[in-house]
Design a binder for this molecule. Structure first.
Ligand SMILES: [Zn+2]
Length: 66
């Protein structure tokens, strides 16, 4: 079995470990129905639409109106 010839430095070890557990920013697209930012392939949390039709019954939005 292949064995490392030299011990890697603390820096190199930490650089390797930094690749793990990275938090990736979620992909956000505007909802085609209401324009709110939504995660792709999910029902829109604002208007309840998915694939051009209402999937979820939502109450009239009271927070967005001013
Ligand atoms: Zn929407």
């Amino acid at each position: 079995m292949a064995v490392p010839k030299r011990r890697k430095s603390r820096s190199k070890r930490n650089m390797r470990r930094m690749q793990h557990d990275k938090v990736a920013a979620p992909t956000i697209v505007p909802c085609p129905n209401c324009g709110e930012p939504v995660v792709p392939h999910r029902v829109c949390g604002s208007c309840g639409h998915y694939k051009g039709r209402a999937v979820k019954v939502t109450k009239p939005d009271t927070t967005a109106t001013e």
